[in-house]
Design a protein around this ligand. Structure first.
Ligand code: TMP
Length: 214
């Protein structure tokens, strides 16, 4: 076991901003630099948490009230933290996670308009003191991002979030921005309308600036 804990990096943003592409780019960069890491996602990241993901994204036959959605997000997170994120960090591996706690504030808080205080309580219960070391918020105007997401998903059925209207994503984006403004050192906004290579290089620079990679 390594003596140094791994770094915990999360990537956030609304549908269609290019998160998966940037997660893959960053992972390739970390490999180049010999940094041992795991790539994961929320909701999901372990077999049990992926089952919860399936419920929360694709339940259609019954109403899934926003409170149940919130609790399922945290249930998946608790499973993911215990079985995957914490053990990897403890063993010195970096964890690169596609979405995390900020998505809950953005989607369930902003999008679904649930109470921020309730989210905070669940956050304390499930995460304790654990927070990402760095969060990259990929940002693009809602219409542009949604158009990209629609092109990418052409032919596939939309999940419960993808079926939401633009107003929902405007609220999600605003909530993300509020999070970034409140914690500018941890959460950095990167313009996702730039070419993919430029976005990737801005993200690497954030790590270099912290002397995490060279
Ligand atoms: P994605 O990972 O394929 O983007 O889809 C996951 C969806 O789940 C996405 O629409 C955002 C949503 N989500 C929440 O609503 N709250 C959360 O806490 C997380 C992690 C994701």
């Amino acid at each position: 076991m390594s003596t140094m804990a791994g770094r915990f990096l999360t990537i956030e943003g609304i549908e269609g901003v290019g998160k998966s592409t940037q997660v893959a780019r960053l992972s390739a960069k970390l490999n180049e630099r010999g940094i041992t890491h795991v790539v994961t996602r929320e909701p999901g990241g372990t077999p049990l948490a992926e089952r919860i993901r399936e419920i929360v994204l694709n339940s259609r036959d019954e109403v899934l009230p926003p409170t149940a959605e919130l609790l399922l997000m945290f249930a998946a997170r608790a499973v993911h933290m215990t079985n995957h994120v914490e053990p990897n960090l403890r063993d010195g591996r970096w964890v690169l996670c596609d979405r995390f706690i900020d998505a809950t504030y953005a989607y369930q808080g902003g999008g679904r308009r649930l109470r921020v205080d309730d989210i905070r309580q669940l956050e304390a219960m499930v995460l304790g003191a654990r927070r990402p070391d760095l969060t990259v918020l990929l940002d693009a105007p809602v219409e542009q991002a949604l158009q990209r997401a629609r092109q990418r998903n052409a032919g596939a059925a939309a999940d419960r979030f993808e079926s939401e209207r633009a107003e929902f994503f405007e609220r999600v984006r605003d909530a993300y921005h509020a999070r970034a403004a409140a914690e500018p050192n941890r959460m950095v906004v990167v313009d996702a309308t730039l070419p993919v290579d430029q976005v990737a290089s801005r993200i690497f620079k954030l790590l270099e600036a912290r002397s995490w990679i060279s």
